[in-house]
Design a protein around this ligand. Sequence first.
Ligand code: BG6
Length: 481
Amino acid sequence: MLGLVTSTRETAPSVRSLLILGASGDLTGRLLFPGLARLLATGRHAGLTVVGAGAEDWGAEQWSQRVHDATEAALADATDAGRAELERIRRDSVYVQLDVTAPGELAREIAALPGPVAVYFALPPAVSQKACGLLGPADLPEGTRLVLEKPFGSSEASAAALNETLGRLVPESQIHRVDHFLGKGTVLNILGLRFANNFLEPVWNRDHIEKVEIFFDEDLALEGRAGYYDRAGALRDMIQSHLLQVLAVLAMDAPARLDERDVRDRISTVLRSARVPEPFTESTRRARYTAGSIGDRHVPDYTAEPGVDPSRGTETLAEITVMLASWRWAGVPFILRSGKALGARRKEAVVTFRPVPHLPEGFRGVDEPNRLRIGFGPDVLQLDVDVNGPGDVLTLNRVTLDADLGEADLLPYGEVLEGVLDGDPLLSVRADTAESCWRIVEPVLEAWAAGEVPLQTYAAGSRGPADWATSAAGEDGAGPS
Ligand code: BG6
């Protein structure tokens, strides 16, 4: 648990029921339920009622199998109290078939559960919008929390419309827009690194930092997700949401308190100052993978994957440069890149410092800039520095100060869900920020749709198109793998 002191956490009543909509979907089985299970395995949140709901006609056995599978790993390291909880959930959790787009159905289900209820919309945005549009404030008992999966809307206007619909139902403090990157251990560690130490803040600005890069290169390919991914692409799937949140945490000013108001105000300020400069032919790039191999795994051409429509021109690798209009960051490029089917997994933020103003004459070797790397899996912190010696005492050598931050107790989804169950929106994306993220990428999406930036190709298993600077191996041969 994050253990942050927050104002809302102290006062909001704990959630007693979690209703998962889209419970038969892939996200619930792969991420949401395992995250919840690891949280319950701590023994916190005892007595929570968990109900799965979906459009599919699932029998009790199918649901029980899903709950069984998703709680298996968590049971292995559960506390005694946690084990009892997980066993109770395995026994008691039920699945209901529900058409959330049919008037009255969702409201009836919410009313039948012990309150306060958290309603988790693990559904496509258009379905969530429709379902919420059918609810009225009177359908939601005191303390109901609405939890929305990404993508939140599909444009600034649709995110604003969804915000308006939600705002008519419950106060903003009861709305949780999930971005599981805000629950990742190392993303949260950035707060401690930056604000519980004195050595970074004086140099954390345009005078000392040359550029900031945020990479999320995956070796996973499509993994059978064409139905979603082919309409999203790398820019919407990863950069519009996750990487912009990471950027905001790296760039924000120090909050007075780690509470939802202070932290989210600062995140919001960063993202309101952000834009992708034109021309987009220089500040953005996109590419799609062709057939290749990753290790001994053969990956087919993206366009040959079942469910892909090649005419959509979906990118599987995207890169944008974001500039921030602020005294701290004016002129410093924030380069955000993410893609699928790449040969090297590289999941890290790299802060490159400016060169020293004067290198004393007499040193031999190359003076390279300092680099701070924050790894998002494996969770590491590395600082590259130049020192002289050993051997010839005047020759500069590169050394890396390296710390393994270890795994967090909770999975990212569990961290975010804990905020939901405690009634603390600190790790949830606020309404205005969800809209800002679309505002930043929308002009790029439009330019790409109009064909203004060529769709390049790269072989699966490669580092990406060779003419992208970010495809080159790091000076150590690679980023973390
Ligand atoms: C999801 C994206 O939100 O994040 C996936 O839809 C991506 O495409 C995933 O693979 C990456 O996050 P993590 O935490 O699973 O590595």
